[in-house]
Structures are given as C-alpha cells and as structure tokens.
Ligand binder design. Structure first.
Ligand code: SF4
Length: 56
C-alpha cells in the first residue's frame, strides 16, 4: 500500500509512484526538470522521478 505524500499532488495515474484513488505521489521527494532549452510555460517542465507502471 502506497503512502500518499500530501505535499506532492500529482494526477499522472500511469506512474508507478502514483497513489491511485488519491491524486498524490508516494515518494518523499521528486526531481523536477525540463526538456526545453528555454522553458516558458508549465508544459515545458517534467517530473524526472516518473517511472512507467508497465515496468513493475
Ligand atoms: S514520481 Fe512524479 S509523476 Fe510519478 S507520481 Fe510522483 S510526482 Fe507524479
């Protein structure tokens, strides 16, 4: 059973660390980054702690 970290809201249900019924991450901390050279809007940022559920 994953423990939701109430400090990290997340709606990415496909991630292995997502808590399922509640929209929180189960990790203690996450790494955020960007895939852009000059990020200008929220879509430019990524959760680098994401792990695809299919690996588990
Ligand atoms: S690791 Fe990132 S994408 Fe995955 S549940 Fe946590 S915050 Fe969401």
């Amino acid at each position: 059973m994953k423990h939701p970290n109430k400090s990290i809201q997340c709606s990415v249900e496909q991630c292995a660390y997502h808590c399922g019924d509640c929209n929180y991450c189960s990790l203690d901390t996450v790494q955020i980054g960007t895939h852009e050279s000059n990020p200008s809007q929220e879509q430019c940022t990524d959760c680098l702690s994401f792990d695809a559920r299919t690996r588990y």
